[in-house]
Design a protein around this ligand. Sequence first.
Ligand code: SF4
Length: 188
Amino acid sequence: MDISRRSFLKVAGAGTVGLTLGQLGLDLRPVAAHAYAMKIDGAREVISICPFCSCCCNVLMHVKDGTVVNVEGDPDYPVSQGALCAKGAALLTMHVNDHRLTKPLYRAPGSAHWEEKDWDWTLARIARRLKDTRDRDFKTVNDKGQTVNRVESIFQLGTSQMDNEECAVSHQMLRGLGVVHIDHQARI
Ligand code: SF4
């Protein structure tokens, strides 16, 4: 690109309100291709499936030294044709994320502090609370005398971090307990 210093400064000043190097006429494709190649250089490519909804978009996962280093849409997948929605595009952060919690955190009633707990303690606590609440509130009939067999004081909100199969198992368990208030983050 032929550009004088004066016109460069003029345009660069305008760049602070939104122009990019690409808009200046510089071809950034070689730079982008080089950076991309460095990231996946020597990586093994694996075709996988985004677990977050029933579209089941294919994803290309690049694995280097046992770690996922890149996730992107699969251009050969006919439904999404290489595109991913925001959840699928953030799939890498499920695997590689310094902020990801690795231990359960518990905040006691009335407390302002979170405590780290192990899974045995946490699962026993959840099971106890679930059983006590169900035993206390389970209704076999409604106010009209109709059979309902349900518990209305428990609510479960699923997360998009659960895959389709985990959602199915969770749903079956909750229905088995008589829980009727169930929703999922992917829907709201
Ligand atoms: S969450 Fe998004 S990327 Fe994942 S399968 Fe559904 S539509 Fe595709």
